[in-house]
Design a binder for this molecule. Structure first.
Ligand code: FAD
Length: 552
């Protein structure tokens, strides 16, 4: 963080009009930090939330404005309703139907469009980089590579790394907090598979969904060009998805509906050519569902024309068509070659990579060592059986799950530190929730459902100011759903077993009834009435006029 440039930002008195003045005053330089007032003007507790996703956005909407002055810091000025991202990518919904703006005159929440780059636990400040004018709004690793001007691939800039950095670097500033909530989510995991970071598409945000939709349309237009060879036509219309979890399955199903339900009417000459191929290294899809439901999903999707290649290991993804020899060059039509151990090389027009979560750099690198030890912020220190150590002299790190995993939090979602003697210190004013956090015991899955419950639990505790007396957070499983195409879905319903623990009904719910429940559930879960009505209206319109096939 020393390398970052610290810029002076205007104070509220320098801003043009009263209505634009933030309720928050940022700290312009590190020297000022020491003397800046630690309380906001109205002496409410300042809660800074990093991230505007399921965790950050839901928490901000539930914190009481009477007792808290809430600020969201996020590179994204909107919240994305991720369960419907596949519907937006396949033209069933408009992108605007699934986003909520973070700025909302009714919510008494402030917002700064910036990415957190470092936290100073001693001074209780966050170092931020403004991202308002940056091209990539999410902190996906792909964007980071592009910023660095790293390996060249489709989508990378032609700038030299130094130029790219200058161009892309936002202004730096510090923000003080009384309580900090870390909810920066996760990025896509590639398992280091060669060529994936540079050539695959990821599927986490609106920008990703737009790219997928645009590329599908592009591949069809390229395929009908008279200059396209029959072989290239076949490759361009191979749409591959790697990862057969709920996101991969729903994306394959929605693309199938889009291509066979809408696109084929526009390109009758290409009939029989499009293939949707779903790869997974596991022998089964949707492993979190009961086996009978997962088998039903595989059979239904195969019958509808989705090729499911389980027990397949993707070795690489590279530029150019199959059969080419190195050095590989980008084909003008941007065809790629996907290589699996089992099938060898196959030409594809697009590869979407959805194989799970990795931690963003902010968690893996910025939240690492802690110096000095923030003794004013410590809630408890776990007694260690080893010889007593000097707390301030020992080296403390954020406690994380193994292999660069999420931050380990206690049952009250408080972030923990660990020293070399194995002692654990719990921070009293830094919390983490959502995909970037994991309670050490009974950790819930990395889902929107669990994140939303964590955010609600934490907001209630902070509003009532009873965190220390409260029972630890516990996840309540309300069931799992997945759309599998052709107006069919799966639903795993939990029920109470004798032991009082929630368990799934083995048979669950499947088919058209489950699809109806799926749609009703997501309409009711959409945050604003505007989007509830828009989603319901668009799904009805699709029945009459088909999906949106435009290419933006
Ligand atoms: P996110 O919602 O990802 O939000 C992270 C936020 O942090 C973003 O606003 C990001 O811009 C911001 N950020 C990133 N870096 C920084 C930084 N350095 N500083 C400040 N802010 C930063 N779950 C379900 O339960 N059901 C589903 O049907 C379902 N479907 C899904 C479909 C898709 C396509 C995807 C991608 C996920 C789906 N999930 C689903 C999972 C669910 O979306 C995640 O578990 C949930 O979003 C996690 O919430 P979060 O707040 O931790 O992270």
């Amino acid at each position: 963080c020393i390398a970052y440039r610290l810029n002076t930002i205007p104070t509220s008195s320098e801003l043009p009009s009263r209505s634009y003045r933030p309720r928050w005053r940022c700290l312009a330089t590190q020297t000022e930090t020491a003397t800046a007032p630690r309380q906001s003007d109205n002496a409410k507790e300042r809660v800074v939330i990093l991230g505007s996703g399921w965790g950050g956005y839901s928490l901000s909407r539930r914190l009481s404005p009477k007792t808290h002055s809430t600020l969201i810091i996020s590179p994204r000025s909107y919240f994305v309703f991720t369960p419907l991202l596949t519907d937006a990518a396949s033209g069933s919904l408009d992108f605007s139907n699934i986003v909520e703006p973070v700025r909302d005159p009714r919510a008494k929440v402030d917002f700064l469009q910036a990415a957190a780059r470092a936290v100073n636990l001693e001074k209780k400040t966050i170092l931020c980089e403004a991202t308002v004018v940056k091209s990539g709004v999410t902190e996906s690793s792909r964007t980071q590579d592009e910023e660095r001007g790293a390996e060249k691939g489709p989508g990378t800039t032609n700038l030299k790394p130094e130029q790219a950095r200058l161009w892309e670097q936002g202004e730096m500033f510090e923000v003080p907090y009384d309580k900090l909530v870390i909810a920066v989510g996760a990025v896509s995991r590639t398992f280091g598979t060669p060529g994936v970071r540079e050539n695959a598409m990821f599927f986490k945000d609106i920008g990703d969904a737009k790219r997928v939709k645009r590329r599908v349309r592009e591949c069809f237009e390229l395929a009908v060009l008279p200059t396209t060879t029959p072989e290239m036509r076949k490759w361009l219309l191979n749409f591959s998805i790697v990862g057969a979890g709920p996101t991969g399955i729903e994306l394959a199903a929605s693309l199938r509906d889009f291509i066979h339900g809408d696109m084929m009417a526009l390109y009758p000459s290409l009939e029989e050519l499009p293939r949707i191929i779903l790869y997974d290294v596991a022998p089964q899809v949707l492993s979190m569902f009961d086996e009978s439901l997962s088998r039903y999903a595989m059979e239904t999707m195969k019958r509808e024309g989705v090729e499911i290649k389980t027990s397949h290991h993707v070795k690489s993804l590279r530029w150019g068509p199959p059969g080419a020899s190195p050095p590989y060059e980008m084909d003008p039509k941007r065809c790629l070659t996907l290589t699996t151990e089992e099938d060898g090389e196959v030409g594809v027009g697009m590869c979407v990579w959805v194989t799970g979560n990795a931690m963003p750099k902010f968690v893996t690198e910025s939240l690492d060592s802690v110096d000095p030890f923030p003794k004013n912020s410590v809630h408890t220190i776990e007694q260690s059986s080893s010889a007593p150590v000097d707390l301030e002299k020992s080296s403390w790190k954020f406690k994380k799950a193994p292999r660069k995993g999420p931050l380990l939090v206690d049952g009250h979602l408080r972030v923990q530190l660990q020293n070399e003697a194995g002692q654990t210190a719990v921070l009293k004013d830094v919390f983490a929730l959502g995909d970037n956090a994991m309670p050490e015991t009974n950790g819930p899955p990395a889902t929107a459902q669990a994140t939303f419950q964590e955010a609600k639990w934490l907001a209630d505790r902070l509003n009532k100011d009873d965190l220390d007396q409260a029972r630890p957070f516990s996840f309540r499983n309300l069931g799992t759903m997945a759309y599998i195409g052709s107006e069919r879905a799966l639903m795993q319903i939990p029920h109470k077993s004798d032991g009082g623990k929630r368990k799934y009904l083995p048979e669950g719910l499947r088919g058209r009834t489950a699809a109806l429940v799926w749609k009703t559930a997501y309409i009711s879960m959409s945050f604003s009435w505007r989007n509830k009505l828009r989603v319901a209206f668009r799904w009805t319109l699709n029945k009459l006029f088909g999906r949106d096939v435009s290419r933006f």
